[in-house]
Structure formats: C-alpha cells, structure tokens
Design a protein around this ligand. Sequence first.
Ligand SMILES: [Zn+2]
Length: 312
Amino acid sequence: MKAADLHCDVLFKMLKHPELSFREPSGGKLDVTADRLREGEVSLQAFAIYLPEDGPKDPETVLREAELFWSKVLSEKGIRLIRTAGDLQAAWDGGQTGALLSLEGADGLREQWWCLRLLHLLGLRLLGPTWNWANWACDGAMEPRGGGLTRAGKRLVNECESMGILIDVSHMSERGFWDVAELSSRPFFASHSNVRAVREHSRNLTDAQLAAIFRADGIVGLTFVPWFLSDREPASVDDVLRHVEHVCSLGGERHLAFGSDFDGIERHVHGLSQPGHYPSLADALLKRYPEPIVRGMLGENAVRFLRKYLPQ
Ligand SMILES: [Zn+2]
C-alpha cells in the first residue's frame, strides 16, 4: 500500500556527515535511504531543510542543504522532484517516489527574500516559519513567550502564498498557529505533530487546532517521535494508533496523514524506525479500519491535499 511521509530530516544528517550517501549501505547512520523508501512503498516523501541549532543560520547553509537534495536525493533512480500537482500525479501513477522540498524554520533566510525566491526555483513547496524557538518570523511551540507572527512573519506567509508554497504549522506557537489561520486564504497543514488530548506536549495540537486544520481543508501528519506519542518509552505502534483514533473521533479521518521525523530523532517507536516499516503500520491500521480509510491515512489523503493545493 502506497505511503506518503510529510517530514524527514535526512538532508540535515547528510549536511553533518558529508561522507554519507543516500543509498544503502549507509553504515546504519541514516533512517531514510532510497532503498528503504522503495521497500516501504513510500510514494511521496518531504525532505526538510533544517539548520542545526549549533551551526550557522544563514542563506549559505540553507542552500547547501538544498544542493544536497539535488545532488544526493534527486539523482537517485526512481525519485522525482515534485513542484506541481501534475508532477505528483505522474510520480504516483508511475510508481516513483515523489520528493518534496520543505523548509523547517525560516531562521536561515534572514529576511532575504531573494533566498526564498531562489529556494522556490529549486523546488521549495512547504515552509514552517519557525522551529521550536523564536526567530524573526514567529515564536515556536517551545518558546515560553508564546508570541505569534511578527510583521516580517506575516509578509513571509503572504509571499509563500503568492508563490504556491504551503505553510506548515507543526512547530509554531499556538498564537502563531491562529495568526496563520486568520491570515491565510489557503489551507495550511501540520507536517509532524500529534494530539495534545492524548499526550500533553507543547509540540502537539489541541482539538481546536485540529478542527481548524480540518475546516481549512488541511492535513495533519501524525509523527513517530516517541516523546510526542506517549509519556512512557519505548513507544509502540499502539501509541500511534491512539492518536489516529482521536483524530478520527474528531471527524478528521480524511485529513490524517503521517510525517515520521525519521533522521530527526535518536529514539524510535518500536518496530517503526525507518520508511521500510510503513507496510507494518498499514497492517496495524487494517486491523481497525476499512481498507479505503487506511489507504487515505497512509498516503491518499496527503496526495489529495497536495494535488489540490500545489501549483497546477
Ligand atoms: Zn521538527
């Protein structure tokens, strides 16, 4: 069964370890590789540009990761860049893995709008204004101040909308989330967040936030970060299913997707530690939900959303 994954951090890992390729054997250092995407029938994978906390946050580092996306990921056979709805359809129908470029935190752009425009040319189609802390655009979900979008952050959202870049609210403060909800004329989405009613964590979404995403025709990528799933570790696939169940109880079954955060985490859900494990998640879902619903959750909901809202 075809899967879609809205978030991974393999570009950041390859920036840190230039000797790694995007193939097996990766010396066991990478969760996401071309072979594992194929093995897991991952037909759509978003690749985030994330800047390490301890490194420079500037346009050069952002572009270095974009270059890795092109030189290491897109050069693999069977992987196809997704810039438009048509690209996505062609990759899906042709049994390829569609690769989407996203930016996790706009810190490195430093309000340099040329850099945003250049990234757009390089394929950027998803953008989260901030990571966990505050930056020039917005406060993050872990920032105690809890501020929303700044004036420049509002411009960022508007610029993205005019270019056809979708806004990812996963790391935003609650205030920032509601600013996006108010400002946006287009649907927004959460690439890798879970349900706060199931696991109290500031990176997880409240029921009101989830309902707002569903109303806006957006999607939520539930994530496999153990500490966002449960307060007990190791987390299990059953913990993922508890979050799925809650989204369904809010009427969100057609807005549910997954965003693994593979290569962004050091600890994993038991039995769900790399893209090749998507079929076992599908099996667990099939024990609880009808097949058409599971197909939606695993991949088709994300593809429907992107086909509708990426540039045509
Ligand atoms: Zn993240």
